[in-house]
Structures are given as C-alpha cells and as structure tokens.
Design a protein around this ligand. Structure first.
Ligand code: UD1
Length: 371
C-alpha cells in the first residue's frame, strides 16, 4: 500500500511521528509532503530531527499568507505531486489550511482520502480551523476519529458509514516521550531566562488568531498572565510576537518570561516540570491532561471536552472578567486528586490507524466509486 501524508504545521509533525513509524513497521510505502505552512526551524525542522521522522520527500515551500492564498497555494502545488504519486491513500491530519488543501487536491483527482483526527468540533464558526475540519470530514472517504465524542459528531452529520474509532495518535508520542523524560530525570531545558526549572512555574502558550489579533484582547491577556503568582514561561509562537509588536503590547512584564517555542521532548519535559499550564492550544490542553497537570484554557470552548472532567482543564475565555483574585486562584490551582480515564486511547492509535487504512483499501474498486 502506498500512502501520501500531507503535513504543514507543528502539531501535524508530532502526529506524523507515530504514523510514520507504524507505516514503516507494516512495510508500506510512505511519501511525506511538507506544505511549508510552518517554515521556521523551531516550528518545523526540530520536530523531524527530534522525533526521528524521515525528511519530507516533497517540500512545497508555500509559507505564510492570507487563508485563501495559503490554502490555494498548497492546493495548486499539490496537484502535480498527487498526480505523479497516485497513492492508495492520501492522509491528512487535523484542521489546518494544509489539511483542507490536501483533501481538496485528492478528491478532485479521485484519490481516496483519510482524515486523521476526524470529527472534532468546537461549533465556533469564527474559527478557521472549524471550517477546515468540517469541510475535510465531508470530503474524506475514511474518517479516523480520535474519541467517542468525535465519532458521535460524525454520526450526527450522517458520516457514520465512513467513520471508525482509531484513538488519538498524540497519546502514542506524548507518553513515549514523557517516559523518556522521566527516565532521564533531567530538569526541563530551554525554558525562558528567569524561570528556574526547580521552582514552581506555569507553562503558557497563546497563538490563536482569536486571542492575538485584537489589540485590546491581547493586551488584557498579557495583563492577566503578568498577575500570576509564580513565573510564567510563555513560549511565544511567531504570530504572538508579531501581533504584540504590531499592537505595541509588552509581553515580558510581571510574572511573564518570554521564550521561544520548544522542540517536542523539551516541551513535554517543561509541562512535566510545571505546576500547571495556561494555553489556547488544543494539543497542549491534551498533553497537560495526559501528563497530569491542571490546565487553564484561554478559549470559550474546546474540541477536547474529555479534559474538562473533574476540573483537570477549565475554560476561561476572558480571565480579566473573573477579577484578579479569582483568576489567580484558578490558574495557579493544584492538580485535582481524581484519577483520569483513558478517553484518548491506549497509546497504540497509529498502529490502529494503519490497520484501518489497510482494511478499507480496495484496489479492485474503481477510484471515485465511493466506499
Ligand atoms: C496554524 C493552524 C492552527 C494550528 C497552528 C499550530 C490554520 C488555519 N491554523 O496556525 O490550527 O493550531 O498552526 O501552530 O492552519 N509564522 C512564522 N513562521 C512560521 C509559521 C508562521 O513566523 O514558520 C507566522 C507568520 O506571521 C504567519 C503566522 O505565524 O502569518 C500564522 O501562521 P499560520 O501558519 O497561518 O497559522 P498558525 O497561527 O501557526
């Protein structure tokens, strides 16, 4: 079986790691296309080298741009690649512009598409990712759902016949990397200057357009982070730095120490060393849950509602509306005592995803005939 994986942004490289290993173990031909949506070494190369992912076979070099320009750029650049490779499956990951473009290019060439992380919904139609994931699910032939909840959403949209529960491949990689970090027993590396890895600190990231692009909101968020009672290691995505500079918002003040995004193993070690996490990232919410750290999410909704059980994760769209004391109490809270379940699977999702691709691969079936 020949599979083309299309990835472009940081969380997709993380998910590609276990998929690529499972594909190789099963003896399949795997062609990796990097769209170039993320191009900074800290958002791209370090994930390939740090997670032992083979170098991409094709790099489209599309780069940043408006949603239309970026999605269209990937779509146009992919056509000749897929036409040449003619894989048995095109595999797209998550909810980015690269994902939507990958799915569109494939369906227009009558190539079967599988969507990894299918069925997630925020029901917030102002998020570009919500449109990307809904459109990709409806275009795809095989929907690899990470959770029961995702499967339920697909059922509600009439997509059950194309959906299967695979589990979450992020668990595979997160648990493996965390085991290694615990075994090494080293303090977290790469934290911003001024954060002592041996003393209490909070780990923070902010990158979503909803939080970065409105100057008043960004400024209020920066104020809220600055008030926290322990150092805040803010690992700043380039988008956050660019918008803060543009809007004249100073990030490094009060408790906040600004650093660069970390390679995956360092990020996991930093989360393990932290007393809690404050973020708007979907991936980091889940990593905090898997690693047993309380998370405060700077959004009104989450695609990962399982993390909300027993207060492991709490949604706080506008911290300043809580008042300082309540906000500080919440974000700096201790981890709940209640045990966490395994809503994201057992760490063998990539193997299962590859098996599902094998089972649903029908070479004898005319392409485009549906399944
Ligand atoms: C994208 C995904 C989002 C995902 C995130 C992970 C979409 C719509 N959004 O958001 O779902 O959670 O990736 O990080 O696809 N930039 C750089 N260097 C880079 C890449 C980006 O400086 O290597 C800057 C550019 O100013 C760019 C901005 O960051 O315009 C935003 O990048 P983009 O890829 O459009 O979206 P993300 O915010 O990273």
């Amino acid at each position: 079986m020949k599979v083309v994986s299309i990835v472009g942004a940081r969380p997709q490289f993380v998910k590609l790691a276990p998929l690529s290993a499972a594909m190789t173990a099963a003896g399949h031909e795997h062609h990796i296309v990097h769209t170039g949506q993320h191009y900074d070494a800290a958002l791209s190369d370090v994930f390939f080298s740090g997670l032992d992912i083979p170098d991409p076979d094709t790099h489209l070099g599309v780069g940043s741009g408006s949603h239309g320009a970026q999605t269209g750029g990937v779509l146009a650049a992919l056509d000749p690649v897929l036409e040449k490779e003619r894989p048995d499956w095109v595999l797209v990951y998550g909810d980015t512009n690269s994902t939507l473009a990958g799915a569109l290019s494939a369906v227009k060439q009558h190539l079967p598409v599988a969507h990894l992380e299918a069925g997630l919904r925020s029901f917030n139609r102002r998020m570009p990712e919500e449109h990307n994931r809904v459109l990709t699910d409806h275009a795809s032939d095989l929907l690899l759902a990470p959770t029961e909840e995702a499967l339920r959403h697909l059922r509600n949209e009439g997509l059950e016949h194309r959906a299967a529960l695979a589990g979450d491949v992020m668990v595979d990689v997160c648990l493996r990397v965390a085991d290694r970090a615990r075994a090494d027993g080293l303090p977290a590396a790469g934290l911003p200057e001024g954060v002592d890895p041996g003393a209490p600190y909070l780990l923070a990231t902010v990158h979503r357009a909803e939080n970065t692009d409105d100057p008043a909101r960004l400024s209020a968020l920066a104020d809220a982070l600055a008030e926290l009672p322990v150092p805040v290691a803010l690992l700043a995505h380039p988008r956050l730095l660019a918008r803060a500079e543009e809007h004249g918002v100073k990030l490094a003040r009060g408790a906040v120490r600004v650093g660069r995004p970390l390679p995956y193993a360092d990020l996991v070690a930093a989360a393990l060393g932290a007393s809690g996490v404050v973020t708007d990232s979907g991936g980091l919410q889940k990593e905090a849950y898997l690693l047993g750290r309380p998370c405060t999410t700077l959004r009104p909704e989450t695609e990962w509602p399982e993390t909300l059980a027993d207060g492991w994760n709490t949604l706080v769209p506008s911290p300043w509306e809580l008042g300082t004391a309540a906000w500080v109490r919440l974000a700096a809270r201790r981890a709940p005592r209640t045990p966490r379940g395994e809503p994201y699977g057992d760490g063998r999702a990539a193997e299962r995803a590859v098996r599902l691709l094998e089972e649903h691969h029908r070479p004898e079936r005319p392409l485009g005939a549906g399944r």
